[in-house]
Design a protein around this ligand. Structure first.
Ligand code: GAP
Length: 454
């Protein structure tokens, strides 16, 4: 795991908070120390650009995806979900344009034999590794898709690809979903899942990896409504990050210049976050027009259109696509939540995560391991577990246990002490204010529910 690379865009300097490069190392260290993210295959020396999410990270990632699904599917009656296959035949990627267009320009340095993305070089004539000038080969297009084969027989017909985006699953299932879900435009299909890209320059921890998770919505609209829905989704997606705790000072919307647009897009804006190395994309909101449905219709020979029986109109819907990265969002939420405070000459590290994202909502902490405290704490834990992910910790001094929970973002700690045995009350301690309230065990679940506000 390395510090931010120079290949990333430099931060803008006008009227905005400075990027904090020390924060990057703190987050990477916290992730390793507390079981949030590990380098993949570390016992074999590591596997570059792949990461494993540990007990706390797996729960955090799940919460990010659940928060997205809640907002995009559960809370909307015009969006349905999908879980499509990762492996796909070449026809899909030929129709989508990925076989021809999904590539980065690659140059080799003939002096030190390193490879670079031409479009990310500070100086197009100087190798950033060895410093030699004029040693680059001609740029060639490097396709980012991972290719493999299905079944035991190699050769033509066995070739398959790992999807580089989840989006195509929605387009190839458009007809199936139109026929089975009774939805009509405007309506959307949402999907969360793994995507794979053979990135030339992975880096900055989980910001750019070769295997990552996406959260994508394809929203199908009557062509005349495309612009209005594009604006709607831009505002909605920006607000999602704000509502989950990312300060507006660290978020911005940036429209793409014409030469940045993907091959399918007639307009894209990125939701960007101020990462420790500067502004970086969290999510792209694109107006894909009717490109994808028309491409798949002409390659498959199927009609991919909508017939409005009421008006007699027949049309190919246009698509607005908010496309977010779950693993990248997780990193942004960690960076935005991290803070250090001095309390009674002691440094406390807090992950001020929104309760919806916090890996554990509640930690149950018996003041002592001795009975009958353990049994009572077990009873309290059993009351809470059906409602929330809970941690249970009976080791070390109580102050250190609070600090451990602060560091992983647990909003509420429930302490069971010796008085609890007589008065059937526990102490509820707040992560952010550190205030402590005495609460009857009989009403504990209602009390915690009202404070967590999930
Ligand atoms: N279907 C459109 C699409 O895939 P994209 O901008 O290439 O658009 C969408 O990807 C989001 O997926 C990005 O905004 C980013 O959050 C995430 N993403 C893309 N490539 C990634 C990578 N190599 N590592 C981590 N996240 C990535």
């Amino acid at each position: 795991m390395t510090s931010p690379t120079s290949a990333e865009p430099a931060p803008d300097t006008d009227c905005e908070p400075a990027a904090d490069s020390a924060l990057f190392d703190k987050i990477v260290n916290l992730c390793k120390r507390r079981g949030i993210v590990f380098g993949s295959a570390e016992i074999y020396g590591g596997f570059r650009s792949a990461y494993d999410y540990g007990p706390i990270g797996a729960q955090l990632l799940r919460n990010v995806k659940d928060a997205w699904w809640r907002s995009m599917v559960q809370m909307r009656s015009d969006v349905v979900g999908l879980d499509a296959s990762i492996l796909g035949p070449p026809q899909v990627w030929e129709a989508s344009g990925h076989l021809t267009n999904f590539s980065d320009p690659l140059v080799d340095c003939t002096s030190c034999k390193t490879r670079h993305r031409e479009d990310q070089l500070d100086d197009p004539d100087q190798c950033p590794n060895c410093g030699e000038r004029g040693t680059f080969t001609e740029a060639r297009a490097f396709n980012l898709m991972f290719r493999t084969q299905a079944g035991p027989v190699e050769g033509a017909g066995a070739e398959v690809y790992l999807r580089p985006e989840t989006a195509q699953g929605m387009f190839v299932n458009f007809k199936n979903i139109l026929e089975t879900s009774r939805k009509r435009p405007p309506f959307g299909i949402a999907q969360v899942g793994k995507s794979f890209r053979n990135e030339i320059t992975p880096g900055n921890f989980v910001f750019r990896t070769r295997e990552f998770e996406q959260m994508e919505l394809e929203f199908f609209v009557p062509p005349a409504e495309a612009q209005q829905w594009y604006e709607f989704w831009l505002a909605d997606r920006y607000q999602w990050y704000v509502d989950l705790g990312i300060p507006a000072t660290h978020l911005r919307l940036r429209p793409h210049d014409a030469d940045e647009l993907s091959h399918y897009s007639s307009g894209t804006s990125d939701v960007e976050f101020l990462f420790p190395w500067g502004w970086g994309e969290l999510e792209g909101v694109a107006n894909r027009g009717d490109y994808d449905l028309r491409q798949h219709a002409s390659h498959s020979g199927q009609k991919l259109e909508y017939f409005d029986q009421a008006s007699g109109d027949r049309y190919v819907p246009h698509v607005i696509e908010p496309a977010a990265g779950a693993t990248r969002a997780l990193m942004a939420f960690l960076l935005a939540a991290y803070r250090e405070e001095t309390v009674n000459d002691d440094l406390r590290t807090v992950l001020g995560l929104h309760p919806r994202l916090a890996p554990y909502k509640v930690a149950v902490l018996p003041l002592s391991r001795k009975e009958p405290l353990g049994a009572l704490a077990g009873e309290v834990l059993a009351m809470c577990q059906p409602h929330w992910m809970c941690d249970y910790d009976e080791t070390q001094a109580i102050g250190r246990r609070y600090r451990r929970q602060d560091e992983i973002g647990t909003p509420l700690c429930v302490t069971v002490d010796f008085e609890s045995i007589d008065d059937r009350c526990v102490t509820v301690r707040d992560r952010d204010t550190m205030a402590q309230d005495r609460v009857p065990i009989a009403s504990l679940v209602d009390h915690l529910a009202s404070r967590l506000d999930l």
